[in-house]
Design a protein around this ligand. Sequence first.
Ligand code: R7I
Ligand code: MG
Ligand code: MG
Length: 349
Amino acid sequence: GGPASLSRFRGSLVAAVLGDCVGGEFEGAEDVPVENVLQHLNSLDDESKGSGILEYSDDTAMARCVVQSLLTRASFDEQDMARRFAKEYSSSPGRGYGSGVIQVLKKLSSPQLSDVYQPARDQFNGRGSFGNGGAMRAAPFALAFPDLADVKRFARLGAMLTHSCSLGYNGAVLQALAVHLSLHGALNLPQQFIDRLIAEMEEVECDEAVQNDARILKEAEKPFCERLHRVRDLMNRSKVSIEEVISELGNGIAALHSVPTAVFCVLHCLQPREIFPNSYGGVERTIAYSLALGGDTDTIACMAGAIAGAHYGLETIPQSWIRCCEGAEDADVSAERLHMLYHQSSQGG
Ligand code: R7I
Ligand code: MG
Ligand code: MG
C-alpha cells in the first residue's frame, strides 16, 4: 500500500504483537542458534501440532492500554493512560513486567495520586528508569498522530508515565519516529531513513536533561545519536556477525541497548538473507533475526516488528503466525480504528 495505508497500520500493530509473543520463547537466552529460531517459527506453521497459543507479555499489555486510551480519548490523556496501565497491571500482574516498573504501576493505582508523572520520577534514586518499557509500547503514537511533532511529544510523555530518565523516554521517541517514517515509505531508501533518524534525534538530544543523564551514566553526549551512527556503520558493511551486532548495539533491557538494535534488525533484513528460508517475507526475516540476537528478544522483536510491519504491510504476515499469537486479531481491529483516527486528524477534523 501507499504511505499511511491501512495495510501498513495493520502490519505494524500485528507484527509488534507477534514479535512479543514469539520472542518470549528466547527472552534472556544468551546464545540462540539460528536453527532453534527456525524450529520455533516452523512450529507455528504446523497446525497439526496444536502448539497452542503463545501469550503476549507486558510489551503488548501496555501497548494495548496506549491504543485504547488514544482511541477513547481521541488524543493523549495522561490521566486516562496512567489509569489503564495501573488497571491492566492489577488485573494481570504476571505478564513479565520489569522489576522496577511494578512499583510505579502500584502507585499509579492510588486514588490519592495528584501528579501521574511522580511515581516514575521516584524510580532508581530519583533519576528514573532507563529500561525499554517506554519504547516497547511507543508504536501506537506514530499510528495515532499524523504530525511528527505530536508523535515525538506524546511518545515522550506516554513513556514518562513510567520512565522519567531521558535514556528511557528518548528510546520511546526514537521507536515512534522509526514507525512514523516507515509508515510513510521511508525504508525504501534505507540510507536516507537512518540519516533522517539521526537528524531527528540530534534535535531531541540537544537538551540539558540528556546531557546530565549521559554524564551520570557515562554515556556519549548524545547517546542515541551515537548508537544510530553505529547502526549506519553496521548496515553498510558487507558482512556482519550476530556477535558484532550484540557488542556494538547490545541486546539488553535498557532502551539504549535495544531500540537502536531493533532499528538495525529492520534495516539488515530489508534484503533476503541466506540464513533464512527463501519463502520468508520481510516481517518474518526481521522477527527471526531479532530472536537470533538473544537477550531481550520479546521486546526487540516487538519493536522491530512494529517498524517492519509498517513497511511491508499486513499481507506479508503469515496467517498461521497470527492465529497462534494471543492478541494479534485484536491488534488488527485496533489498527483499523487507529487508521481512521489518524486520517480524521490529518484532515484537520
Ligand atoms: O523498562 P521496564 O518496563 O522493563 C521492560 C522490560 C522488557 O524487556 C519487557 O519485556 C520486560 O521483560 O521488562 O521496567 P523497569 O523495571 O523500569 O526497567 C527494567 C530493568 O532495567 C530494571 O528492573 C533494572 O534492572 C534496569 N534499570 C536500571 N538499573 C539501574 N539503574 C532500569 N533503569 C535503571 C537504573 O536507572
Ligand atoms: Mg515482555
Ligand atoms: Mg522484554
